[in-house]
Every structure is written in structure tokens, then in C-alpha cells.
Design a protein around this ligand. Sequence first.
Ligand SMILES: *Cc1c(COP(=O)(O)O)cnc(C)c1O
Length: 375
Amino acid sequence: MRKIQMVDTKTQYLAIKDQVDAAIHEVLDSAAYINGKAVKDFAQNLGSYLGIDHVIPCANGTDALQIAMMALDLQPGDEVITPSFTYIATTEVVALLKLKPVFVDVDPVTYCMDIESLKKAITPKTKAIVPVHLYGQAAPMEEIMAIAKEHHLFVIEDNAQAIGCDYTFSDGTKKKTGTIGHIGATSFYPSKNLGAFGDGGALFTNDKDLAHKMAMIANHGQSERYYHDVVGCNSRLDSIQAAILNIKLTHLDEYSKARQAVANYYSTAFAGIAQIVTPATGKHTTHVFHQYTMQLKNVDREKFIAHLSAKEIPCMIYYPVPGHLQKMFGGQNNQHWNLPVTDSLTPCVCSLPIHTEMDAEQLAYIVEGVKSFFN
Ligand SMILES: *Cc1c(COP(=O)(O)O)cnc(C)c1O
């Protein structure tokens, strides 16, 4: 049996090696390593796939979030509402820009932003909401957009874990996650659902002025060569990564299906185990399973992990410390946020291997390994 990994980027590469190698060599031959044709093509192709007017490639997903917040002219002290139960990048950039992260709770079923918690967190200083489509399914965007409109707030979607996910509005309209808010931000980190062979990220918007501004900020605030209108940064997707992503984008839907098949297999196999809460998908969203994250109820998680580890089955805790309790935000003293769901999920979540190249033998072995803990 092939060694089981959380993510198997090598096997995925081997399956499309000829295409990818040819695309890389094309960039090498062109010598247009920065801002080459592949970057423009990728922005165009991703825009068509998502159904969005503007895609601005950048260096990584964290930069994408930062550039989005810079483009909205948020001022020091402005409040940005975001879940605590997410990867740190989401909240880190808020603090980096001297904005105030306001942590809200998540829904206990979907693990995405909780609407009641969001409503309670709004103050006169609130300027933006950053929902995270955690683990691969959409936050309740229709409700979030309605609240944002009522309070004149910007919405930046953190779509780093959900590219390809579809959200359905109550009138039946479907949109891709990342294209619903004012700005969407994503990451092409190798283990993401659309992963490069290095770092990469992108911003999405239908707003022409915002698109222009974000492109300018990502390029040293430059409007014309050597004319710098605003303070920006240097954040580029390089041509080789764009060429690879161009190939992988054509496989994205089949990759999502492969992930969904793995998730179905696990959930069916674990249905009879009372101590496992398998992941549920919200009503208005598909799920592209960036992670397969279950909850372990009345289980010693350390023992469970050790049991799997002895069988060489990896698993991970996403995330062991929620944002509001990270040392950068005051650590364990920072308990004044009232986030009961986040606090209850953190000690019991556990994510199993999920990727596009898992075979039947590996899946059966993992399921047996998990089941044997409960026998
Ligand atoms: C990966 C990730 C990011 C950051 O992306 P990088 O490309 O690693 O900077 C941001 N938010 C979430 C939710 C992520 O999973």
C-alpha cells in the first residue's frame, strides 16, 4: 500500500506530469518569469471558471487578505469581524494593519460564521466582515450580505479552503464562493484544493475600481511605471506557478469530486459510531472538503491519535488553538470573548487524510484503523 499522507501532492503531480512539465518548459523558454503570458491567461481562465469580472493574482493567500483590507481604506482602530475558529492568517492581517479583530463564534454544524454571533458583534466602529469558508463549505453568505448591506459594511470572503464550492441563494441563483462579497481572497498553497508548486494567491471582485486599486497595491502602489500613488507592497504570482495552476484549474472539478467521494466513504463507514460526529454540509452550499474534520465525543483525542499513528495513519488538529487565544492576541488571558462553540470544538476536532489520489486500499485501511479504536 502507498504510504498514507494527509495530502499527496506527488501522486497528483505524476498523474498530470506531461501536461505540467510542458507548461513549465514553455515558461522557461519564454524567459518571462514575472508577469508572463501564463499569469494573464490564468487570471482570465480563473475569472471565467468563477464567473467574476476581475482576478488579481498575488503572492499568497495571506497577502490577498492584506491587500483586500488595504484597498478598502480601513483605518487603524476600525473593527473587522471574523471567526476565531480559522487559520491564523485571517486574523493576523487584521492586526498587522492595526485594525481591531473582533472574534465571533461559528455554527456547531457547519463550523462557519454564526449569524447571531455576527449580529451581536457589530458596533459603530465595525467596517468589514471576513467570513471564512472553512474546510470547504460556504459560510451563510446570503444572511451575511444582508447584514453587511444594512450596516454599510464591506465583506471579504476568505476562500482559501473552498475554491470551486457553490453557494445557492434562496431565489435559486448559484454563485461560486469568493465571488459573493465585495472581495474574495484565496490561496494556492500546495496543499489547498487548487494548489501550486510553491506559494500563490489571488483576489476576486466585480468592482472595477477596487480591482484597479488592488492590482496597484500588489505592485508597489504603482499607477504607471515608477509612479507610485499609494503605499503598496510587492506581491506577485510568478509565471511558472501560474502555468501549473492553469493546468490544474482544468482538473479542479474532478478533484472536488474525488474529495467528496472520500468524505462520503468515511461518513458512511463511521455512521454507526456514536463517538464520531461526521462533518455535515449546510443547506445552501456544496462541500469541496479541503479537510475531512470530524468531532470526537467523549474520546481521549491524544489516545485516538496515538492509536492511528501506530498504524501509520496521519491525522491533524485544525486548529489546536483558536485565534482569540493565540499568544499574539493575549493568549489564555484573552478569555473575554464569548465563543462557546469555538471553545467546545477546539478540544474535539480531528481531521483525517483527504486528497485527490486516495485509493480504495488506503481508504479501507484508514476506516479499519479508526473503527478498531472503538471496538
Ligand atoms: C491557507 C489559508 C490562508 C493563507 O494562505 P497562504 O497562501 O498560506 O498565505 C488564509 N486563510 C485560510 C482559511 C487558509 O486556510
